[in-house]
Each structure stands twice: as C-alpha cells, then as structure tokens.
Design a protein around this ligand. Sequence first.
Ligand code: UD1
Length: 420
Amino acid sequence: MEGPGILVRASGPLRGSVTLQGAKNSVLKLLAATTLAQGTTTLHDVPEISDVGWMSDLLVAMGATVERPGAGTLVVHMPADLVPEPPYELAARMRASIVVLGPLVARHGWARMALPGGDDFGTRPIDLHLRALEQLGVTITVVDGVVEARAPRGLVGAPIALDFPSVGATENALMAAVLARGTTVIDNAAREPEIADLAAFLNRMGGRIVGAGSPTIRIEGVDELSPADHTLIPDRIEAATFLAAVAIAGGEITLCGARPDHMELLTHKLGQMGLRTSPCSEGLWAYAPGRLAAVDVSTLPYPGVATDYKPLLVAMLAVASGTGIVTENIFSSGRFRYIDELGRMGADIRTEGHHAVISGVERLRGAVVTAPDIRAGAALVVAGLRADGETLVTGAHHIDRGYEGLVDKLAALGADISRV
Ligand code: UD1
C-alpha cells in the first residue's frame, strides 16, 4: 500500500453541518505575497495541509520565520534581507511555488528558482508567467530547469494581455506590478475568487489595485508595501467535495462559512442533477432528495465550472441515472487518470480525448484504489459512500495536500469512514 489510506463503507443519508477551511489556492499566493514587505503578517483561517507546510518551508529557506500560534493562525516574519533564491527541492516540489518569482524580483531586483513540478497533470508550462514579467521589464533566462529573473533598475508598469486567463500568471503579474513604477493593466486576467482575495490582501498592504475579479485589472505601482493581517476566503473546492458527498450518499447538510456567490455555476449544475441548495445564514444548505440525474458539464475558467470540481462531478455522474459527458477545457491532458480507479469500483466510464462519457450505475462496489492527486483522491473517497463493501483509498498523502480533516468532517456528517 502506498502511504496512509482512507477506508470508506457505504453510508448515508449524511446529516449535520461542517465548517469550511480557508481556501488552499488562496493561502499559497498570500504566502508568496508576504515576501513583498518587511515585517509581520498574520493570516487567519489557514488550513493545516501539507501544501501550506511546503510553502512555509520555502519562505523559511529564504530567511523568513513562520509560526502557528494557534489553530488556523499563521504568522510570517519577513526580514529585510530575504535571499530570493528558494532551494531547488522546495521549488520543484509544488507547481504553485512559481508565484514567488514575481514578488521576489519586484522587491529584490532578482530571483532564481527551479522550474516547478507538482501535480502530474501532463505538461503545465509557465510561458505566460514569464512573458508577463518580461512585459514589466524583467529579463528572464532559463538554463537547465532553473529560471533566473533580473530587473536591477526595478520593474516598469506596462499593458499585459494574457493569451489565456491563467490563474498563476495573473497572480504572478499582479504581485510584480504592485511594486512596479507606473501603471499596469492586465487584460484577459483570470477572474477566480482567489485572485480577488489576493488583490484585497495586496491593497491592505498598501497596493493600489482595482478590477480584480474582472477580466481587466489595473495596478498603480507603489514604492513600498507594509505587512497586513488577512482572513482567507473559504475553500470552494472543499465545499464542492461535501456537496458531492451529500449528492452521492443522500441527506441534508449545511456548509458553514461557504460563499454561495463563489460557486453559482456549480450549484446551478448540481441543481439540474437534482441536488437542492440554498444560501443560508451559516453559508450554504444542501439537500439530496433522491438519486441524481445525469447532465453534461464542461470545465471553463471562472465563473465557469472549475476544472478542480471535475473528478467530483465524474464521481457523482458515476452513480446518477442516465449518461453524462464531462469535457475538460483547461488542461490539455492527463486529468482523467482516476477514471481507471473508478472503473475498479464498477463505474462505467469511457474517455475520448478531452471527454469522459459516464453511464451511471445504481451502486458502485468497494475496491482498493489509489488517489492520483488531491481532488481525484477526494472524488474516490466520496464515491466510496455509495459502494457496497469496503473502499480503501491509498495514497491519502495526496489528499492531505489540500484537505484538513476530510475524514473527520465526513465522519461527523455520519459517514462510515476512517484513516488506516
Ligand atoms: C490554478 C489552481 C489549480 C486549478 C487551475 C485552473 C492553484 C494553486 N492552483 O493552477 O488548482 O486547477 O488554477 O483553475 O491555485 N498555462 C500555460 N502557460 C502558462 C500558465 C498556464 O499554457 O504559463 C495553461 C496550463 O497548462 C493550463 C491552463 O493554462 O492548461 C490553466 O492553468 P492556470 O490557470 O495557470 O492554472 P494554475 O495557476 O497552475
């Protein structure tokens, strides 16, 4: 068996409420942004997940201090003399590490780091990140898998038109432009809620950014930023995971702290499948009155249905009545690997290029399966809620990269689940 596993038995109906963690995809960028100012930053609602640990290690390796004084709180002390060169092993470990490049070169005039690795989703280039930084006057060289960025006389604001609304490239450009001389306008910017969260944090640090969350972001560069405190937005992908769980197992749950406005297209799609949801004072309420109905879904940049929801949607369709087609439009390949694992559980799924055709079955059957990445791992776990016998999801360390206490939270809703 590959590392820790999660054992799931058929469960449901689920009942109760869970409190969402802060957004993984937000905190990683906020941690990168802490390098922009000397002093102490306090972040709230930070989940205890391994990706946060790795990003913290990366900051520490450059000279910062990171503390966890209590649950959910992370304190970063940023020195004046940070060395803008994260060690190879840490940079290569996680794709999101590339977002330190922009802020480091903006503040220190140079930065050097390994090209990022991360989830095995096929090739994930960083050309858009590098081109955006070049627009701001940064000289980039890439030699033997190491990227070096130089701007000895500082960055200069410029128009940046992204070929594709890449989340990471938008964030890198934003965190560089905030300290550039003059005005930067990013066009075709990614609109994810995590981008607006990052801009809100940067503005709190003294940045002058308008339009984050829309396709055009305008940044007036400032000379200096100062540290700020910030509370993360809730994790919409964790929220989607619990929606998938209740959709598959049946029941009625409340997601405390959820932001329904961050997941409108998803809840609309789930509504077509028969899951009822409604904003409520605590966050989001969800009720699954019966077996789901199949729908077709395409992933798109925000506000479209996120690619990160896809494995969860495939798991839901695997037990829905009828046939649904899921089309991937964000990543070129390789994000269907978990489908073989669902097949072991009796799911009826064919893939063809960017499409997965899923014919729902009444119930799945338990099997030993392997989590290939964070979200696919979570999808296998929730699929196990409607699988006869036992499902053992191995490779749970992938799930730990993005979820704090997924097993405990599902158990609190009444799922028959444990870590082994
Ligand atoms: C972020 C999220 C990830 C999510 C993805 C898309 C984090 C830590 N990760 O990843 O969970 O699945 O957004 O919503 O926030 N591309 C290029 N060149 C580039 C950059 C990207 O071709 O320079 C391509 C990628 O290969 C991919 C697409 O653009 O096909 C989207 O990538 P991007 O939006 O950049 O995703 P990430 O920021 O890596």
